[in-house]
Design a binder for this molecule. Sequence first.
Ligand code: PEP
Ligand code: MG
Length: 895
Amino acid sequence: MCVKSAVKYVYLFEEGSKDMRDLLGGKGAGLAEMKNLGLNVPPGFTISTAACIDFLDNRDFPEGMWEQAIEHLNKIEEETGKKFGDKKNPLLVSVRSGAAISMPGMMDTILNVGLNDETVKGLWESTDNERFAYDSYRRLIQMFGVVVLGIPYSDFDSAMTQIKKKHRKREDVDLTADEMREVIEEYKLVYRKNKQKFPQEPIEQLRLSVKAVFDSWNSERAKTYREIHKIPEDLGTAVSVVSMIFGNMGNDSATGVAFTRDPNTGNKMLFAEYLPNAQGEDVVAGIRTPKHIDDMKKSLPDAYSDLIKSAEVLEKHYKDMQDIEFTIEKGVFYLLQTRSGKRTARAAVKVAVDMVKEKLISREEALTRITPQTLDLLLHPQIKRKDDEVPAGTGLAASPGAAVGSIVFTSEKAVELTKQGKRIILVRPETTADDVRGMAVSEGFLTQKGGMTSHAAVVARAMGKPAVVGAEAITVDIREECVTIGDEVLREGDIITVDGTSGNFYLKKMEVEVPGIEQQTNELLEWADEVRKLGVRANANTPEEAKLARENGAEGIGLARTERMFLGTDRIPIMRAMIMSLTESERRFYLNQLLPMQISDFTEFFRTMEGYPVIIRLLDPPLHEFLPDKEEVMREIFDIKFKLSAAKEVRELDRLVNRLEELNKMLRTIKNLEEFNPMLGFRGCRLGLSYPEIYEMQVTAIIKAASRVIREGKKIYPEIMIPLVGHKNELSKLRERLETVAEKALDEQEIEYKFGTMIEIPRACVTADQIAETADFFSFGTNDLTQMTFGYSRDDAEGKFMAKYLEEGVLQNDPFTTVDRNGVGELMKMAVQKGRKTNRKLEIGICGEQGGDPETIEFCHEIGLDYVSASPFRIPVARLAAARAAIIPEKELQD
Ligand code: PEP
Ligand code: MG
């Protein structure tokens, strides 16, 4: 009797569509969409994720689900003309997992369900292929044992090895039908040894298989994958029951995987591999090395042409690169899956840019498809090319980038050693889903077996880590924990370099470098520039950094920290002498020596940033930071006193006495400047107001450098920034004084310059309306603002409690990396509103470290800042993040 349930849990492929991913999973929705497009998909149905969630909660199928599944099974029987459990012409099905978000290889699939001691004979008869029938049956027994009953895979593997040894056969495919029957008997003994029984009843096989696939949602490896990829726990998996298509029915049958474009480079070409006379997961598992698709063009031309056509249809329809699984049974081509193909960062950018040119997608769509994290990966290191460097070997270039590290052979070891701070390269015969945790912590991978679509290759590309796979010249011995390459034997801890861009590997540490930006990336970034509202400037302290920032597309300098310019060996002695001066005139004497140096620094900045604003911040840190460490000085004093007692020569005595005097003076100065809380102490504008001559020298240098560059015919926009202002009078008094200095330095030249301030003290935010009375611009110093708002030391928090806070969920993000929206962010909002109320034209930006972080950039866009300023390396990412903030609705970005 058929019990009707009010809830529909089971859908024929014809009933679904690509928009039903949440309910039918990616695989189910893809199969349905392909069916609707008229492509050749085997008959089947999908049990929904809702049924899975219910099952996992109640440990039983929801009411009516099983009856609906049987009803749909009958429909497949009608469509195929076969019967499930029939002794003459049995219907066989695969039971496949598939969640709404792709988790490749993480959950289970069982093939050939429906075979037993009787139906196997029917399969033999109906296909006239005895060996094939028994091979299919032993595969089911093995897969069912491992997946449904949890029997160790190695038990089946040893049974197979034993039979192959007995009959002196190398490969599984060399075994005859009779020998396969022997394998089946051995497999049944494996069941017995594990106190299990293989169910002969096909319906029971199906029921237990569906349950097992539901349960695989909660397998350790699936949970780990979700944890790494931040996939919600409550989605559940759908189960697709698909009538079996056999790729292992002889040489006119095959199974394969195809990407509609090259997932490594993004080039527009079919990127496919196949295995003739093979079934199901053989390609993905990397057990046999697959053949190039060009061979299929010759051996199976009709199926090849169907593959090409289907790939075209699917890519045009989905408007994205597809990853397709197909099977050919006796020359007939079937599609078993389509999904958006995982790709390297480089390929992602190329595919998106090319698809805009092919008019498949818009520029904005291309920008939403490339995340800042993806772009970041593109700026990853590559091996420094040396023509005479011969690699130790070459495999397939599965995932680009270069990685250097110590060899480990197991995931457990990889996790353990990375906790000790080691950089690891995971070396395996091939990887499986169980290796994901180890892969997540490794720098890169090297495998002996597997193709471009093997597990290691797919996972590496998804994780953005370098990988060389299928390096057949190496032999990896997991038991002995060693890898042999010719005469060379390497063990755990030995250093290697893998180059996933070329496929080469080296048995030593190679030099790596960060590559420049490629043309397609530049194109994407130019589109980003057209849509973004936020300006992107750079934090740069040297002319070299400014140059790199320009090359990366910065539109000015948001912060030049002048204190970093005093650290050269020619400058530090003058700086120290200036700090230890006892009178203003003595101090001015040394400042006059620093003046030409500063003029030359600023000149270079202005020249590099011609046509763009340059914000130069006046001296900020406490002065004692420029003096040597107190303990070092005391140690030297002690040494000199010791040497003095032994010195005999007058010249030597004089030298020691002079040095001792100098050191004692330095020690007195250090002690004078010593503070209990230097971060809250004598720095920034407090220093500027106490020793005005320092800022006067800097402003003179800025104006003189600007005059010089203007005389060269260049347009420049200097902006002078006062740090650590918390009270409006700090800024107004300094501005008044420094403007007089600037006017004097102008030398009758017209220069447009601005005076502004860092906003990095909570009081400055609260009184921003008053401060804005004398400021032309604000720049949020979110390093200090975070420090002072939270009361966390910016130099100590990370090393002390921050990791614990993040682990325990006290904080969701490190506020020194991503601006804390609710606290610091509210203060920023207040400062923007109050500041602009007083001064409508107030230019506002951010120059704290968070300014290069995509989430912070999104926030800055929301609160209406004019620009963000980031380190030169982060400029491309900032440009993209700013564009995405302008085109993707706020809520979606935060999700
Ligand atoms: C800041 O405080 O955010 C800032 C940019 O200044 P500094 O890091 O130099 O203190
Ligand atoms: Mg600061």
